[in-house]
Ligand binder design. Structure first.
Ligand SMILES: [Mn+2]
Length: 354
């Protein structure tokens, strides 16, 4: 398999004898299996997927290009001992539960374990053509979910009823699941960037922030719109306009060669100049793929540059405690030319007023 071959290339270049992958999504990336466990790659050998026995049959169906090694929890270290023989001295690791990592270090005192998450992310952050197709589909499904939301937004409807419509529409149209717990933040609750869903009923004059995503063949999308129920007030209009402008300005920079911190700064500057800098309390965006939050972060502290194949969100927001807030978000593919939106939904104040 291409991906395994490339990982092997990294092992050679970096002087590692083996690599242990413990992050479930990375195991899926390299093996196709979503059953977790550990994927161990030794130079020159077929990768071995150690997985809890209960998932063996499912992994037979899902996985490709690796040898399946079912284990019972109590036998895991023994099984690892057979694989990580004397030739394995320097071992790269991506992510393991701390308790397991401590046991491994205790058991294999003569080996050196190195945190090399960067090796895996260097690969995962550049999506290939197959991944892009799945991400496009996930984006289309989230967009369908948002259409369903708009149809059901009216005074008296509960937040959880809106959430149900979104998930129903996405799954009826082919989504495997929602990409993360739905956020419906209405009225004063729209000031919470990561609100949950309650049984609050929508009221005339509410800002209603809806943040949803779909999963399609394990790939995720992310979209947010803030709607206004009724005629927007001057202040509601002001913050929504600012966020829409910040998003449009930032979008032009989701291109090969642009620095993540500069893209964030472009959006932030606009919101600061509008007088709401203190209320934009998160990064502009995050990478997305098999996980909903992945590298690269589009934020102030990330000096990495974007490259073609990166997929990340563009989601400026303004959150004013007790008043309410707005966030507008799309999932964006960085290509060799213009940035491509993978989620699609209207974004003018008129369109967002229901
Ligand atoms: Mn997001």
């Amino acid at each position: 398999m291409m991906r395994i071959k490339r990982l092997e290339g990294y092992l050679e270049n970096e002087g590692l004898d083996a690599f242990i992958i413990g992050l479930e999504s990375s195991i899926c990336y390299f093996s196709g299996s979503t059953s977790g466990g550990l994927l161990i790659l030794k130079r020159g050998e077929e990768p071995q997927l150690l997985l809890p026995k209960l998932n063996l049959e499912f992994a037979k169906e899902q996985s490709r290009g690796c040898c399946l090694k079912p284990y019972r929890q109590k036998d895991l270290l023994e099984l690892m001992e057979k694989i990580l023989d004397n030739e394995c001295k320097s071992i790269g690791v991506d992510e393991l539960p701390l308790s397991l990592f401590n046991k491994i270090k205790e058991k294999f005192k003569d080996k050196v374990f190195r945190d090399r998450r960067d090796v895996v992310w260097k690969m995962r952050r550049v999506k290939d053509a197959d991944e892009v197709k799945l991400l496009e589909k996930a984006g289309d499904l989230a967009s369908i979910g948002m259409e369903a939301v708009r149809e059901h937004l009216k005074e008296g409807v509960k937040e959880n009823e809106i959430a149900a419509e979104a998930v129903y529409a996405m799954m009826r149209n082919g989504a495997q699941d929602r990409a993360f717990p739905v956020i419906i933040a209405s009225g004063f609750r729209s000031a919470y960037p990561h609100a949950d869903v309650t049984d609050r009923r929508l009221r005339e004059g509410d800002l209603v922030t809806v943040d949803i995503g779909a999963v399609y063949k394990n790939y995720r999308s992310d979209i947010t719109r803030t709607f206004i129920l009724g005629v927007p007030t001057k202040k509601q209009r002001e913050i929504l306009e600012l966020v829409l402008n910040a998003k449009a300005t930032a979008l032009t920079k989701y291109k090969d060669g642009f620095k993540c911190s500069e893209i964030d700064a472009a959006a932030r500057r606009l919101i600061e100049n509008g007088g709401y800098g203190d209320y934009f309390i998160h990064s502009l965006g995050h990478g997305i793929g098999l996980d909903v939050h992945e590298p690269p972060t589009i934020g102030e502290e990330n000096s990495e540059t974007l490259t073609a194949g990166n997929v990340a969100t563009n989601e400026p927001g303004i959150y004013i405690p007790k008043f309410g807030g707005v966030r507008i978000e799309d999932t964006i593919l960085v290509s060799n030319g213009e940035p491509k939106k993978l989620t699609h939904f209207d974004e003018t104040i008129e369109d967002l007023t229901v």
